[in-house]
Design a protein around this ligand. Sequence first.
Ligand code: CAP
Ligand code: MG
Length: 428
Amino acid sequence: MSEWYLDFVDLNHKPSKDDLICLFRIEPATGFSMKEAAGRVASESSAGTWTDLYKLPERIKKIMAVAFEIKGNYVKIAYPIDLWEKGNAPQLLSGIAGNIFGMKAIENLRLVDVSLPKVYLKSFKGPKYGIKGIRKILKVNKRPVTGAVPKPKIGYSAEEHAKIAFETWMGGFDLVKDDENLTSTSFNTFEKRIKLMAKLRDKTEKLTGERKSALLNITGETKEMIRKSELLHDLGWEFAMIDVVTAGTAAVQTLRNVCGDLGLAIHAHRAMHAAFDRNHNHGITMYFLGKIMRMIGMDQIHVGTVVGKLVGSRQEVSNVANMIKASEVKQSKEMLEQGWHNTKPMFPVSSGGIHPGLIPKIMEILGNDCVLLVSGGIHGHPKGTRQGAKAAMQAIEAAMNRISLSEYSKSHKELKLALEKWGYSTPK
Ligand code: CAP
Ligand code: MG
């Protein structure tokens, strides 16, 4: 068979400053060399096909991707900027995260990172608010922002849901979040929930003098998301929440535009990410997902907890959290150089199996610039949601003042009860 895959490999090639550079980890299938596998990835993700052609205009050679570095299983591929439509995230994924995952000549393929050149990055909006903007909205200066999802995940009526929100806010939390699978159901419609919650938000703000808000889940068909984001705006809400993987990058881009015009910040839930990032040999890293979501312009995104109920090593979680906050990232084994060119930093969100006993550890990993979602870990408190939220706020105070939880719990009864129930355990 006459192939031209090796035309996509040139280990002497020097990428230009406007190229997108991708870092892949490739395991070739039996019978294929690394070069043959790398050439296939570069070809199928850019301007190739499986056989040589009768005719190939010279011009096309200028947009062929080039595998220019192979180190063990790590391969770097340079993609000329002209391959890409500016401001089109789905197109980018169709190329560098598309057919290549299914090629027979490749046993396993991992898209590790992509380095986005300034000219491409700047064709997307980036976050509207970012960390500083959200801190300003919520009037929370230094400590982590706090939030909770009413639990169980789905099942409460809108009235019950709003009452739990009230208790959560009254316990000192800033945010109440919808769960990823709660949108608008017969027993808890979006409209009713956000109306009832808005009333109780106003009441809590009056009672406490604090800012209170919510991350309300608009995930759905794109036009329906637009309609729901308008409803949120009309009721004075500041955030829309989107399950960004299930909704898809096209919808997420549209909503970044719409929410931006309405002044809404966007909370990105990552449900379904583990379908492609959990197996370290194949798929797409959470690091890459975090990066394109910052590029598109989410204000905050779930990154994991390390010590909570879901997978994600300390290294993985802190790499993602650091990258979405950084102004620049230096190259290392599994990360490419990335300048962010004034793109605002995003808030990393830690959620999933958190209770007060785990809070200092999470703050040690993520620092104070994070959103802590403590849900089961407040609603399961022996005295209920409000006391549970107080216990979590006390754990944050203790960590901010570098006092051990056992010491702080001597004078803080809510924290004491939480520690008696959960201790410092990691839920599974
Ligand atoms: C947390 C959560 C979040 C997960 C998502 C849940 O609840 O609401 O969806 O944390 O994971 O349903 O599990 P709990 P991640 O606090 O009660 O565990 O943030 O890692 O993407
Ligand atoms: Mg959830």
